[in-house]
Design a binder for this molecule. Sequence first.
Ligand code: GLA
Length: 714
Amino acid sequence: MAMTLGSPALPDLSARILEDPSEKLWALETRSSSYVLRVDGNGVLRNLFWGARLGGGDYADAAFAAGSEEYPGWGGPVFVEAGLKLTRADGVRDVVLRYHSHRQPDPDRLVIRLKDCNEEIFVNLHYRVFEDYDLLGKRVAVENRTSQSITLESAQSGVWRLPPADSYRLTHLAGHWGAELRLAQQPIQPGMIVLDSRRGKTSHRANPWFAIDEGGRADEDRGEVWFGALAWSGNWKLAVERTDAGDVRVVGGMNTFDFAYPLAPGESLETPHFYGGYTSGGFGQASRNLHRFTRNEVLPDRASPQLRPVVYNSWYSVYFDVNESLLKRVADRAAPLGVEVFAIDDGWFGERNDDTAGLGDWHTNPEKFPNGLGPVIEHVNNLGMKFGIWIEPEMVNPDSDLYRSHPDWVINFPGRPRSESRNQLVLNIAREDVKEHLFQTFDKLFSDHKIEYVKWDMNRDITEPGWPGVAPEAQRTLWVEYVRSLYELLDRLRESHPDILFETCSGGGGRVDLGIIARSGQIWTSDNTDPLDRLKLQHGFSLPYPPKIMMSWVTDVPDSHNGRTTSLKYRFLVSMMGSLGLSVALEKWPEEDLDYAQEMIALYKEIRETVQHGDLYRLASPWQGETTANQYVAEGGGQSVLFVFRHSQQFRERIPPIRLMGLDPNASYLLRPIDDKLSGGARAVSGAYLAAHGLALDLVGDFDATAVVIDRAN
Ligand code: GLA
């Protein structure tokens, strides 16, 4: 859609991409944001604005701003983090990018082609507008059309620049194994903050998501927040920089650390997708936008979203000691509770009696399963449940038949020491033969058995990243090719077995990002299942990622991580805020616990559409006080569910009434408490009352919890 710069006539505001061809000015429009780009007199593409939606004629005004270079190459006086850095075969390292051309393949997409000022090195900047979610997508393709090879040292997915302001605050997620995805906040001072992974996977340590607000002005419910998420499951980097000019920029993409990607003449490299959004509705709205976007545009079931099943998993109950008769007995107890998928975790294959052996030998252990997996699967199916299984395809134990026959398949620098972690080495899945072997192995496993759920694990970092057999100058492409091969393998297996639901896991949440989420419908959030710790981990998870894919198991007490004992109710309610699972020693449970679990699973099924496909409002944060409260509102507003947790109590203070959000003030709602903790009990109240007065809940002592189902009555 064309508009005229400075013209009093308003452009067609229904268009998502507004263009002024004479000025080479574009405005990318979502419901409530604008992103304005312009080519300056020197041919430099500049970002002029990203923030709240501008009025029609005002784009012209934005054009008076100098802005900053949208995607700088490292050449000339560029001292900020560049988008592109390269070395040519002749040693020349300068690259100066200028506007070349542009096209709009459809109403939501814009491609701006940049070219080096001298040579045929092109950078295509791909933009996509996701109007309904207030999000934009960016990715880049770098093409070498010169006659000499070049080596890319940085090819970032994009740069997000915020409007100049005095102070900005960065919110991100940080942690380690068993404590991943925890909230971290810091001011953005002059200099650079680098969030990254150098571990070959997304990592427990940091997550490729950011949110920025001005000087801490935004909170959960209000204020401007700029945020973004990178879809890449290998080494990544977000460089958050406050420049000499006072600009704040976030440059993100594949990590530049140990990165070198040669491009022969005619070759190109595509970067991962980098999504960014703006909202004036605080961190809560930023999350809701990302959740809806992920459910409807990213997940494998995006075309017709499916509810996630209730899963039983054997891990925390028996660890490696799985066998046919035990599993059948446990399945007999799981089915009447309402479990829908019965999954065997580690220990079912090869000589896998602990974590020292067997990885790589993906055939059933004959002592544990003398008749193969068939009888267990049949038993599980006859009980009305689907059968699921754990695998860790990318790994091998040196003590395995696979390693003994293919010692050359692992990632290593020949002749150098190589680190083992959990007694395992990493297979080089970038090699065609390894990738094909894995495809054949798992294609056969899934074809020979009725497997409908797969938990795909990856339990260590990549170290000593050598790729024996390829030329020295291509060695570092391993970081990229490993991830591409992983995606290819998952895509091929999903295509051959479309009915399998894949859960991704990496020692818990070590590989959580929008790249892997596009290929697996579920995430194992953390190996830490203590419900109090989980409130914080799940809070962090929910900042970028939707509750629907957040697998959360009820486990036995005392907790295996920290020895804490909490009630079954507390544990169930924490797990019911995501995708519910159980990993408990059911054969040891007393009748009353089995009855209670049955009740809670039935309740979960009643509210799961609301939890999994609804909007999440984080009413009280576990980081801020002694109470956590989360509310979910179903699409269409017919049902809402409130979960409230008291962490501990000192003195005799009551928790303040919890005020609800996202409801219609004029509607009447029926309150259905799950127990006697709601002051006033079951009754009908107005949406206005719930928002203004809120619900008083009688939670006392340590680890008390409740939930209220709220159904719209009119
Ligand atoms: C990882 C996973 C666990 C479990 C074990 C099995 O630690 O996160 O859930 O599957 O591996 O070895």
